[in-house]
Design a protein around this ligand. Structure first.
Ligand SMILES: Nc1ncnc2c1ncn2[C@@H]1O[C@H](COP(=O)(O)OP(=O)(O)OP(=O)(O)O)[C@@H](O)[C@H]1O
Ligand SMILES: [Mg+2]
Length: 254
């Protein structure tokens, strides 16, 4: 029997284990869904399998067009090998259409096209409810440098271009999304890479024809079966075989 792996971190949606070589981690996708800063919780059977596949799909696509990510390769149904990075404690949100907090805060009707993609930063702190912060706050408190900020905006916009195009190709509107970014050190030189996950947990995805929501809002707003929505996204992207009807009862092969 292989020795039990060392758990590095357990979050709400994923577990990180030590990887097989220095500088790597194994990211395990759980079925747990949380919303509203974990006040709403449930287990959605199959969600972890879908997000593992979808994050692989988006991250490997980004790697292929030269947008650096932490993704190395998928290991099995629920796990992927990633590069260990020093996380920047910010969430980078890119919005193409108004929805969620921007609609509430600024009184813009959900679905309104924004004049251009808008990049926002949120400070990752569950106790504070991940508050929105300005570039001034970020620099003053030393969460990132001005150079990092410029790089983060550029990364966010490149991810937006890629993701918008891919989703549009399968009849889905990328309303907004969130990424997390980390630093990789190469000697004294640092490079920023897209880390964490890119999945329907971290995007707003609306069917272009019908407006049907295909993202975590299905869970937040009790709009139906979350796994069905994610399965639809995966099917359209060709990430799952078209006749896969058993994704909610996966066999985990380690
Ligand atoms: N490549 C990476 N290297 C190191 N840490 C990473 C990497 N990618 C993601 N992480 C971190 O791993 C954790 C993933 O777990 P999960 O998303 O479940 O956390 P969470 O419950 O959302 O909590 P948090 O508030 O820490 O994000 C997150 O803290 C995320 O920032
Ligand atoms: Mg998270």
């Amino acid at each position: 029997m292989a020795p039990r792996r060392t758990k590095v971190y357990e979050g709400k949606a994923k577990i990180l284990y030590e990887g097989p070589e220095p500088g790597t981690l194994i990211q395990y996708f759980k079925d747990d869904a949380t919303a509203f800063n974990a006040q709403k919780k449930d287990v959605i059977e199959g969600k972890g399998v879908l997000n593992n596949r979808l994050s692989e799909f988006f991250m490997s696509g980004l790697n292929a067009i030269g947008v650096p990510t932490h993704f190395i390769r998928r290991l099995n149904m629920r796990e992927q090998l990633i590069r260990s990075v020093e996380m920047i404690p910010l969430e980078v949100v890119v919005r193409n259409y108004a929805a969620g907090s921007i609609s509430k805060r600024l009184g813009i009707e959900e679905g309104t096209a924004l004049p251009r993609p808008i990049v926002e930063f949120y400070y990752k702190d569950d106790a504070l409810g991940d508050p929105m912060v300005s570039e001034e706050h970020i620099i003053a408190f030393g969460w990132a440098s001005q150079q990092d900020l410029d790089d983060m905006v550029a990364l966010g916009l490149r991810v937006n271009d890629f993701m918008s195009g891919v989703m549009m190709g399968v009849g889905i509107r990328l309303v907004d999304f969130k990424i997390e970014i980390g630093r990789i050190w190469e000697n004294d030189y640092q490079r920023l890479v897209v880390a964490d996950e890119i999945s329907p947990d971290s995007c707003r995805l609306w069917d272009i024809e019908t407006g049907r929501k295909l993202d975590k809002d299905v869970f937040r707003r009790d709009l139906g079966n979350l796994a069905d929505a994610y399965t639809e996204v995966a099917r359209r992207l060709g990430v799952l075989p078209r006749n896969a009807n058993n994704v909610t009862k996966p066999t985990l092969i380690n």
